[in-house]
Design a protein around this ligand. Structure first.
Ligand code: FPP
Length: 228
């Protein structure tokens, strides 16, 4: 969800105002995913590296998370959304940690859309913590065991990875899980990434051919056989 800061700066507003607007965009995005039949949405809300931002921006984001939880969880609950937080919680305040647990418990019975919020998350952190857990348990490190120890083990790998804000890089998001994801880069700043923009990204995804290491002919053969 990149571009909140620029969205605010262009309007001579503090950066936190952009993050506030980002929460509005996120609310619309979650709702639209539910309507479009998307089963899993995972967002990058705060990275392991975001601690390096100015202290007022970091505390603004923590505050925003606390406010958003209080305000949004009843709606998420009513809309069939199950929320999960993924990331290192040890560095978060007691209050924020309690809020995350409460939100997860309140929506645990929902099945319409799984909504993962990556908070104090980094792809490298996730791989390292998964490996450390396996070592601690004395289990062998394999692709399968690592995969099962990751923060996102409860969902399948993402089909589509969207980055807004014009940059074309992954910035330590879902390094393991995005191995075969289709990448989509939008120049829109996150607060401007509306339902139509999401539809455009989904339509673009629908035109891609996913080969997973196979040839184009292998992918098309079953379809050709069926038609014959
Ligand atoms: C990146 O934009 C965005 C973030 C670091 C925060 C994203 C957070 C939200 C959208 C709010 C929702 C989060 C919560 C609290 C649940 P940027 O600040 O790097 O933008 P810039 O590249 O224009 O400076």
């Amino acid at each position: 969800m990149d571009g909140n800061g620029r969205w605010a700066t262009r309007r001579y507003l503090p950066r936190v105002a952009g993050h506030k607007k980002g929460v509005d965009a996120l609310r619309h995005c979650v709702r639209h995913c539910g309507e479009r039949g998307v089963k899993v949405l995972t967002v990058f809300a705060f990275s392991s590296e975001n601690w390096n931002r100015p202290p007022e921006e970091v505390s603004g984001l923590m505050e925003l998370l606390a406010v958003a939880l209080t305000r949004e969880v009843p709606h998420l609950k009513a809309e069939g959304v199950r929320i999960h937080f993924v990331g290192d919680r040890s560095a978060l305040s007691e209050k924020v940690r309690a809020g995350l647990l409460q939100a997860e418990a309140a929506t645990a019975g929902n099945t319409r859309l799984v909504f993962n919020v990556c908070f104090n998350y980094g792809g490298r952190w996730d791989i390292a913590q998964a490996a450390a857990r396996l070592v601690e348990r004395g289990e062998p490190i394999t692709e399968q065991s690592l995969d099962a120890a990751m923060g996102l083990a409860h969902v399948r790998d993402p089909d589509l990875l969207i980055r807004t804000g014009g940059e074309q890089r992954i910035s330590n998001f879902l390094l393991w899980q995005a191995a075969y994801s289709e990448l989509y880069f939008s120049d829109k700043l996150w607060p401007d990434f509306d339902e139509a923009a999401l539809d455009e990204a989904i339509a673009d995804y629908a035109r891609r051919e996913r080969r997973f290491g196979r040839t184009s002919q292998q992918i098309q053969e079953p379809v050709a056989k069926k038609a014959a």
